[in-house]
Design a binder for this molecule. Structure first.
Ligand SMILES: [Zn+2]
Length: 203
């Protein structure tokens, strides 16, 4: 059964894609980075800032900070291990902003799915890219160790058959769209680091 939340279509149009929303997400990333930096490298070395360049797509009015993924590097010679904290902006190696990867895939679902052509025009992602995102949410994501543990924290339960639409329904529409999106992206942030999409091999 598809959810019959009459407001969800409106929520899509309310993705706050303005500069203040993107700045808000950046401030969450800064918090995540601070936390990561407080923990030293496993070798005991201190972590130094070592941001790396990104060219995210799918957002308008992106602040300058979006050209960098926050990351750290161990200061010790012979180690130099890189530590990249979770992010609410970038979804692993995907070029598109995490919010867009969720939103576009969800808009292909539901009682009145948006056409690929329309979504391509809105977000600039081509047909193959959108198809890959759908496969990602439907097939890869539900198999991750993250999802197998984290989904039990969601009350009421989120329907795996209609990911990621069911995630949007679970997190959005509570109050301020910025805060709602922030909570959803923070929930998903563990999958944005290296190994975060590992699947559950013990099933
Ligand atoms: Zn180290």
């Amino acid at each position: 059964m598809l959810p019959s939340n009459p407001e969800y279509t409106a929520l899509y149009h309310n993705l706050p894609r303005d500069a203040s929303f993107w700045s808000f997400l950046f401030s969450i990333d800064q918090d995540l980075a601070r936390t990561a930096r407080q923990q030293a490298c496993p070798c005991g070395g201190r972590l130094h800032s070592a941001k790396y360049p990104r060219k995210p797509r799918g957002g308008d009015n992106l602040p300058e900070e979006y050209g960098r993924r926050l990351s750290f590097c161990c200061e010790r010679d012979g180690c130099r291990k890189r530590v990249t904290p979770p992010s609410v902006r970038f979804l692993g190696r995907k070029i598109y902003l995490a919010a867009v990867v969720i939103l576009v895939a969800a808009m292909r679902q539901g009682p009145s799915p948006r056409r690929v052509r329309e979504l391509s025009q809105l977000f600039g992602a081509d047909r193959q890219t959108i198809a890959r995102w759908q496969v990602f949410w439907r097939e890869l994501f539900p198999q991750t160790r993250f999802w197998k543990v984290a989904h039990s924290r969601l009350v009421p339960a989120v329907a795996v058959e209609i990911l990621p639409l069911s995630l949007l329904n679970a997190f959005l529409g509570r109050g301020d769209p910025c805060q709602d999106w922030g909570r959803l992206l923070l929930f998903l942030s563990p999958i944005t680091i290296s190994g975060g999409l590992a699947s559950d091999v013990s099933r």
